[in-house]
Design a binder for this molecule. Structure first.
Ligand SMILES: *Cc1c(COP(=O)(O)O)cnc(C)c1O
Length: 227
């Protein structure tokens, strides 16, 4: 395991290295509250969790610090946990269908004036083991238009994982394709949609993802050490 003191240093180094417009989300699964606190103290602003229950526990353990960062749901969204998710998360990155967005919409409507930022997850490698919309522009556009009319959900971006092969160069074309869909949607200027975030790139692939237009990278291993 990496020594705990390295997290702040590593974060600041990566923060300096990546363009200012690129947000860094710390993917904190399996990490201790102390590790996450070190990230926040170093200036970290965004945290990603894969499971509602783990997020709930982390939120509690971070105490006052929890409220100083934005919380991103980056794991699969289970419909029966959306209510709880809405108590914890600021952004739901992994909406994979209009139906899922609609389920968020009706639950968010219970809070007066709440509008939940969501991203559509693109299954860019068309992998049967991964969630997300197929990387076909017409499909994604249809989903975006379906979400656009929802009062309590605002579509603000796309998110993709991409196949993990070991060689980040293998991800380049998948990232490029996601960027093309992103640009296409932006070009459509759908009323009610603010397509401004492209969430792609992880520890092994964030440099390539940024070259291909990512505006948000989700980092675990490179920040905190191996899981
Ligand atoms: C774990 C995780 C990451 C970060 O992965 P690393 O390879 O450790 O950087 C990014 N996105 C999602 C959705 C994850 O689950």
């Amino acid at each position: 395991m990496e020594p705990v003191m390295k997290i702040a240093e590593t974060y600041r180094k990566i923060r300096k290295e990546v363009p200012e417009n690129v947000k860094i989300v710390a993917a904190v699964k399996t990490r201790s509250p102390e590790e996450v606190m070190e990230f926040i103290e170093a200036g970290g602003t965004d945290i990603g969790e894969n499971y509602v229950q783990e997020a709930e526990q982390m939120y509690r353990e971070l105490g006052d610090m929890a409220k100083t960062v934005r919380w991103h749901m980056i794991g699969h969204i289970q419909t029966n946990k959306i209510n709880k998710s809405l108590e914890l998360f600021d952004v739901l990155q992994t909406v994979d269908s209009v139906q899922k967005a609609a389920a968020v919409d009706v639950r968010a409507a219970r809070c007066e004036g709440r509008v939940v930022p969501v991203y559509l997850e693109i299954n860019i490698g068309d992998e049967s083991t991964k969630a997300g919309l197929l990387p076909e522009f017409d499909e994604v556009l249809k989903a975006a238009e379906g979400i656009a009319v929802m009062e309590h959900v605002r579509l603000e971006g796309l998110m993709t994982m991409g196949p993990v092969t070991g060689d980040p160069e293998d991800s380049r074309l998948f990232f490029r394709r996601t960027r093309e869909i992103f640009d296409g949607l932006r070009g459509c200027s759908i009323p009610g949609v603010a397509m401004d975030t492209l969430s792609m790139g992880m520890s092994d692939s964030y440099r390539v993802a940024i070259e291909e237009g990512s505006t948000m990278i989700r980092l675990g291993t490179v920040l905190f050490g191996a899981r």
